[in-house]
Design a protein around this ligand. Structure first.
Ligand code: SD4
Length: 316
């Protein structure tokens, strides 16, 4: 399979030449920080994360700052403020972080807080726990100075009302655009962050893969890191991101590891899938990989100061 296309360059990158490059051709260099994020909103996320690294911030600071960009952007309808609500009209958020020492923090089913990724980091750094959910997570956030806001925008409310009127099914292939930000700093250390409003019009109380350590995100600083986007139920059932990292441990190339993790899902459905899942991965030596079930996935890679959007072909 050929994975190609060099489509866009962001503000900090040079103008995109119309060349094609495959991610297998990207030369790893341990001293270059790299930032790998899901979807097009990964471009501005990468820019912000890069600036944090340039200003001496840690890889964790960079991953968090990057993830906060779509969280605050009302036009990113699957993350944070402006994220599409559940079937009852509530915006409920899932997020997690993992650092290069193997520490992790997570929040799930969190409401009324704009930056769940920062709350997840606080859980990691200031509690003995890994995961807080729902009302407890909200109380924890408020007690740590997070402001409560209404996350439903006029646009997301209108979209929900339209959905309700049509009494539409919840369509798994509409679960798009979770942001995961994987960072490798100049020392080669790896971190990650993942944040989402999850499956649009999901059942009230539903939690996806994004706050589940090992499903939506996994970092092992000796081997690599990986993150998922797409239908969380299938990612959880295959412990997707952990699987990608474990396959890299066994010697799989990062892209082959992502493909094999997808194969576990594809086989169960006899190849008959109406949903998307994609993985991104960074191996410890700086080699990146990605794979998706269906066409349409794109990731943003910032390397050597250039931030580019790459489209890849689906495996089915
Ligand atoms: C979830 N994995 O809640 C998330 C949705 C997603 O791109 O990734 N959208 O299942």
């Amino acid at each position: 399979m050929k994975r190609r296309d060099f489509l866009k360059t962001s503000a900090i990158g040079i103008t995109a030449p119309s060349i094609l490059m495959s991610d297998d051709e990207i030369k790893p260099n341990m001293n270059d920080p790299l930032i790998l994020s899901t979807w097009e909103h990964g471009l501005p996320a990468n820019d912000v994360a890069w600036k944090v690294l340039q200003n001496g911030g840690s890889a964790m600071d960079a991953a968090e700052a990057g993830a906060k960009v779509p969280e605050a952007d009302p036009t990113s309808t699957s993350v944070g403020f402006g994220g599409l609500p559940d079937e009852q009209g509530n915006v409920t958020l899932d997020a997690c972080v993992m650092d290069s020492d193997g520490n992790a923090g997570s929040v799930a089913f969190l409401q009324n807080i704009k930056h769940p990724v920062s709350v997840a980091r606080k859980v990691m750094e200031e509690t003995k726990h890994v995961m807080l959910v729902g009302e407890g997570a909200r109380q924890f956030a408020v007690s740590h100075g997070f402001e409560e806001i209404d996350l439903l925008t006029d646009e997301s409310k209108m979209a929900w009302e339209k959905w309700k009127k049509k009494r539409r099914e919840m369509m798994p292939h509409e679960t798009h655009d979770t942001i995961s930000v994987l960072v490798q700093d100049k020392n080669g250390d790896l971190t990650g962050a993942c944040t989402t409003s999850g499956w649009a019009y999901k059942m009230h109380g539903r939690v996806g893969d994004s706050p589940i350590i090992g499903a939506g995100l996994f970092v092992d600083n000796e081997i690599g890191c990986a993150a998922a986007t797409g239908l969380g139920e299938e990612v959880i059932k295959t412990t997707g991101s952990f699987l990608v990292v474990e396959l890299m441990r066994q010697g799989y190339d990062p892209t082959a590891a992502c493909e094999e993790a997808l194969n576990r899902v594809i086989k169960k459905h006899n190849g008959n899938l109406d949903f998307q899942i994609a993985y991104i991965a960074i191996r410890k030596d700086g080699k990146i990989g990605s794979a998706c079930i269906k066409d349409g996935f794109e990731y943003a890679l910032l390397q050597k100061g250039k931030n580019n959007l790459h489209k890849i072909k689906g495996t089915i």
